[in-house]
Design a protein around this ligand. Structure first.
Ligand code: 3PG
Length: 401
């Protein structure tokens, strides 16, 4: 991470130009409808600004992981419809992304028009590791506009054609969302107010190895809940019953626990958990030392939740990624809700709070917390974690960052 991100001003006069915006409109769908439109809303400021400057806009995005095949249920058509409902923009949709039909729709786009192209990942060349295929695809995408704006913060960690190869082919800039995300997340990697507390949850510790390693050198406290805490508990020789366990990561967790001690970082694990055979069954709270065989830990227990909330309540800076349990099941939502309440209190008393990751944001929305109770709710899951880890993000590198 080095330079500055070029903003929309760097594109100069764009009146009458057609601008390609790479957005992250990868939203959850339910029965063909948009179930959470946060990412669509987050993409609007850049679109509005480009239109105010007299440009028309061609939006490129992925949705889900169709793996290079057309999967009609992952069409961006309902997303385009939602964008139309949320704005007064003349939004059109074309069921193609790099072919003749998409080019025709782009070339005939009226001034101020907003065109949403079909899911980039219906094309195998978008995500391939073969650089020449990606380059050829990016060259086709580049025909759709006069300049490129990167606003898909959630995808900047992907070395994909539209994220990494396309910007090199056109004048390029970062959109409002990407600039805001980078500026706020940079406060966590710079000199955060102390104590700096990070709360990690979610299913797998293997997804978070890099970020944990890097965070242990920066934070004062690391609170670990969610499915991933059981591998840490197993690293402390505990029996975790049928809870989620990544046996091949026990050694890594043991090293993290030792590293935390050496660095004077409080790595807090739950002392109690709510267990059941499955999320549909009633839960029972047990101390972590006594998880019964055959039962799974599905949420942190009330004692742990209070301990986590107390730590969060004393922190000046908080980053939270990953739910504390299976919050979608009413019987196992309490831990995540308690953490969400505590994190929501941080900004109110002048602290700095960032929530990252689709699942944590979904939990906030499910519990009815408005985003403005947090300093920032990131649109990036993996991207925000890789940013914190200090990894090179191809989508930002491509902009000269
Ligand atoms: C996300 O949901 O985190 C982004 O849209 C990236 O999606 P991906 O993990 O499928 O690349």
């Amino acid at each position: 991470v080095s330079g500055e991100l070029p903003g929309l001003d760097s594109l100069g006069d764009i009146d009458g130009c057609r601008i390609i915006v790479r957005a992250d409109l990868n939203v959850p769908l339910a029965a063909g409808n948009v179930a959470d439109d946060s990412r669509i809303r987050a993409s609007i400021p850049t679109l509005r600004e480009l239109r105010n400057r007299g440009a028309s806009v061609v939006i490129l995005s992925h949705l889900g992981r169709p793996g290079g095949r057309v999967e009609p249920e992952l069409s961006l058509a309902p997303v385009a419809a939602r964008l139309r409902e949320l704005t007064s923009f003349p939004v059109s949709f074309v069921g193609d992304v790099a072919g003749e039909e998409a080019r025709h729709a782009a070339f005939t786009l009226a001034s101020g028009g907003v065109l949403v192209c079909e899911n980039l990942r219906f094309e195998p060349a978008e995500t391939t590791k073969d650089e020449s295929q990606r380059a050829a695809f990016a060259a086709e995408l580049a025909l759709l506009g006069d300049a490129f704006v990167e606003d898909a913060f959630g995808a900047v960690h992907r070395r994909h054609a539209s994220v990494y190869d396309l910007p090199a082919r056109l004048p390029h800039a970062a959109g409002e969302l990407v600039r805001r995300e980078v500026s706020l997340l940079s406060r966590l990697t710079g000199d955060p107010g102390r104590p700096y507390t990070v709360v990690l949850g979610g299913a797998k510790v293997s997804d978070k190895l890099g970020v944990i390693e890097s965070l242990l050198g920066r934070v004062d406290e690391l609170l670990v809940g969610g499915g991933m805490c059981f591998t840490f508990l197993a690293a402390q020789e505990m029996e975790v019953g049928s809870s989620l366990l990544e046996a091949d990561q026990i050694d890594a967790c043991r090293r993290f626990l030792e590293d935390a001690k050496r660095r004077n970082v409080d790595l807090l694990l739950p002392t109690d958990v709510a267990v059941a055979a499955d999320p549909g069954s009633p839960g029972e709270v047990v101390p972590v030392e006594r998880i019964p065989q055959g039962l799974r830990g599905l949420d942190i227990g009330p004692v742990a939740a209070r301990a986590f909330a107390e730590r969060i309540g004393r922190a000046a800076t908080v980053f939270w990624n990953g739910p504390m349990g299976v919050f979608e099941a009413p019987g196992f939502a309490a831990g995540t809700r308690t953490v969400a309440e505590a994190v929501a209190g941080v900004d109110a008393r002048g602290g700095f709070s960032v929530v990252g990751g689709g699942d944590s944001a979904a939990a906030l929305h499910a519990f009815g917390f408005p985003d403005d109770r947090f300093t920032h709710v990131s649109t990036g899951g993996g991207a925000s974690l890789e940013f914190l880890e200090g990894r090179e993000l191809p989508g930002l590198t491509a902009l000269g960052y």
